[in-house]
Design a protein around this ligand. Sequence first.
Ligand code: C2E
Ligand code: CA
Ligand code: CA
Ligand code: CA
Length: 279
Amino acid sequence: YASEMNASVEEKLVLLEGMRSALESCTDSQDCGGAACQFHLLYQPKIDLRSGRLFGVEALIRWNHPEHGLISPLRFIGLAEESGMIVALGEWVVRSACAQGQAWRAAGLPALSISVNVSARQFEEKRLVERVAQALRDTGLPPEALEVEVTESSIMRDLGRSVDKMRELKAMGISLSIDDFGTGYSSLSALKSFPISRLKIDKSFVSDLADSADDQAIAMAVISLGHKLNLRVIAEGVETEQQRAFLSANDCDEMQGYLFSPPVPAERIAAMLAQQPGA
Ligand code: C2E
Ligand code: CA
Ligand code: CA
Ligand code: CA
C-alpha cells in the first residue's frame, strides 16, 4: 500500500514538473500555440436554441505531453489547483483566449463571446481582477466579449469576497456565469446576490434527460429559476436531438455539446462563423 502511495505521489511530482516546464516553454515562446507549446486551447461552440446561431465559445485547455500524449484537464487541473500552479496556468489560458478572441475580431468575423473557466484557487487569488484586466489591455479584446465561468463551490468558499470580486469583474464589463450549476451548494439567497448573467446546467443532468423524470424536473426547475432571476440558461453536454428538443420545448436559451460540435481548434470556429447565414 505504502509503495503504491509513493508511486502516485511520485507520479504527481513528475506530472507537476512536466506542467511547470511545459508552461514555461509556452509562455516563453513567441509563437505560443506553435510546436514548442504543449498546452493549447480548443473552443466549443455555444448555440442559441431559438435561432440556432453560434454566439459564443468556451475555451478548454489541452495538454499534449511529449511522452503521454494528450492528457485530459480532468487529470491535471486538480493537480494545478493543489500546487498553486493554476494561477500561472490560468493566466496563460485567459491571455491566450483573449488573444484568440481579438484575432477573430480583427479578421472581421461576427462578434463572439469567449468564455474561460476560472477554478477556485485562481478565483480566490488576490490579483485575479488585475491579471484579467491586463490580459484585456494587452490583447485589445473588449471586456464585453469575455465571460468568466466559475463554479458554485468556488464562490461559496468565501462568499463575501467572491461577490465583491464578481462585482469588480462585472464593473469592467465582463460577464459571469455559474458553471456546473446544481452540483454545488449555493443557497438561493446567495444566488440572488451574484452579479451573473448566465446559469449553466451541468451535463450530469442532461445526459439522461430523455429517460429520467428527475433530471427533467431538475432541468425545468433550473430554467425557470434562471428566468425568474433574469438570467440566461445554457445546457452543457447536449449530445442528442431528443435532449435538444426537450430543452427547446422547456424554454432553455442556449446549448453546448457534441450534438452541434465538440471542442475544436480556433480555425474551425472561424470557418463555422464564416458559414453562418448572414455572416
Ligand atoms: P466543464 O467546464 O464543465 O467543461 C465541460 C466539459 O464537457 C469539457 O470537458 C467538454 O469537452 C466536455 N463536453 C462538451 N460537450 C460534451 C458532450 O456533449 N458530452 C460530453 N460527455 N462531454 C462534453 P474537458 O474539456 O475535458 O474539460 C473538463 C473540465 O476541466 C471542465 O469541465 C473544466 O472544469 C476543466 N477545465 C477545462 N479547461 C480548463 C481551463 O482552461 N481552466 C480551468 N480552470 N479548468 C478547465
Ligand atoms: Ca465550463
Ligand atoms: Ca466546470
Ligand atoms: Ca460541467
